[in-house]
Design a protein around this ligand. Structure first.
Ligand SMILES: *Cc1c(COP(=O)(O)O)cnc(C)c1O
Length: 367
């Protein structure tokens, strides 16, 4: 699905040197690389504050902690996504409210989002799933109308643009992950939080550092979540390459799109070109002829990896099943979990590999 070795080989000299520099300086924590990467990312995103942290899940948790919500307050997010979002809501004693997604864009369905708002709703966490931004204009309008915070989960969409602005800089807070296979991946765990709000940024900086705003004075319960210097050094080298990496993903996606055009029983990813570019963290097909699992087995036989992101809706996970959700409210999620299949997508796909993969998929559909 990914090829991090080949990507590394192309940048090995510079990466090895920057890692060695950190080791020789012995400034493993809070070394100059962290501040430098923070400034570089602020400039790249055109955002006032970047707060580096330990991973993407921490970023989401810390973002929620900075909003000063009370136990029982409701936070709305999507039913069809990775579990980190709903996990941190529940971890903090908040009430998660899951809603269906749009069938074409895989992002939170704004009509159902609106319908899920109650007097207890305090925040919305849209997820820019698979690399494409959710409909932020509609989400921000709903949030404004009901006085809600918006935290963007942009773990899969760093570098994507929403109407010319970088994903993660439109809501009150943006959160991302530098997990190795993400579009901007480091060589371990890493994450970051973004905001244009000075007061929120101040609070985030305190929370990531044990609730400490002045050395050894703890004003609130915080966490310890840091991006280490070695990861920052890797990211600092890779950030200038991100746009090129995303362009390589897009060109692989274009190849797939063209190869699959007109095949009956298969839908290629919808591009919401009215408002978002696509960073193609995943290239996710919908197999509408009921043979998704057969296709996956067929590809596996040809040594082509194909993954199901995600096979189980969050509302049906043991940890998050409140018993209150009604299936009729989730027609798209329930369809998508049976239809989606993601093909190999990364920065190093060769023409030969793309031909091999697309020919195999086509063979399945004509046989
Ligand atoms: C990867 C991911 C996360 C979590 O990031 P980690 O760095 O692994 O903690 C959160 N949300 C989404 C949508 C993700 O894809």
């Amino acid at each position: 699905m990914v090829d991090l070795q080949s990507q590394y080989q192309k940048i090995k000299g510079a990466i090895d040197q920057s890692i060695t520099n950190v080791i020789e300086s012995a400034a493993f924590i809070n070394g100059p690389e962290v501040k430098e990467f923070q400034a570089d990312l602020e400039q790249y995103l055109d955002v006032k504050h970047v707060i580096p942290c330990g991973n993407g899940t921490d970023a989401l948790q810390i973002a929620l902690m900075a909003l000063g919500l009370k136990p029982g307050d409701e936070v709305i997010t999507a039913d069809f996504t990775f579990a980190a979002t709903v996990e941190v809501i529940n971890l903090l004693g908040l009430q998660s409210v899951l809603v269906d997604v749009d069938y074409d864009t895989f992002s939170i369905d704004t009509a159902r989002l609106k319908a899920a708002i109650t007097p207890k709703t305090k925040a919305i966490i849209p997820v820019h799933l698979f690399g494409q931004c959710a409909n932020m204009d509609e989400i921000m309008e709903i949030a404004q109308e009901h006085n809600l915070y918006v935290i963007e989960d942009t773990a899969q969409a760093i570098g994507a643009e929403y109407k010319g602005k970088k994903a993660g800089t439109i809501g009150h807070i943006g959160c991302t992950s530098f997990f190795p296979s993400k579009n901007l991946g480091c060589y371990g765990d890493g994450g970051a939080i973004f905001t244009n709000d000075d007061a929120i940024a101040h609070r985030l900086r305190g929370i990531v550092n044990h609730g400490m705003y002045q050395r050894y004075y703890h004003d609130e319960v915080g966490v310890n979540s840091r991006l280490d210097s070695i990861q920052a050094a890797v990211l600092r080298h890779k950030l200038p390459l991100l746009d090129g990496y995303n362009a390589a993903r897009r060109s692989a996606a274009d190849f797939y799109d063209q190869a699959f055009a007109g095949i009956e029983g298969l839908l290629t990813p919808t591009r919401a070109t009215d408002y978002s570019t696509h960073a193609f963290h995943q290239y996710t097909l919908r197999i509408t002829n009921g043979q998704r699992d057969e296709l996956q087995a067929f590809l596996t036989e040809k040594e082509i990896p194909a993954m199901i992101y995600y096979p189980v809706p969050l509302r049906k996970q043991k940890a998050y099943d409140t018993g209150k959700y009604i299936d009729a409210d989730f027609p798209n999620t329930d369809r998508l979990i049976k239809e989606v299949m993601s093909l190999p997508m990364h920065t190093e796909l060769s023409n030969e590999q793309l031909v091999y993969i697309t020919e195999a998929v086509k063979e399945f559909f004509v046989k």
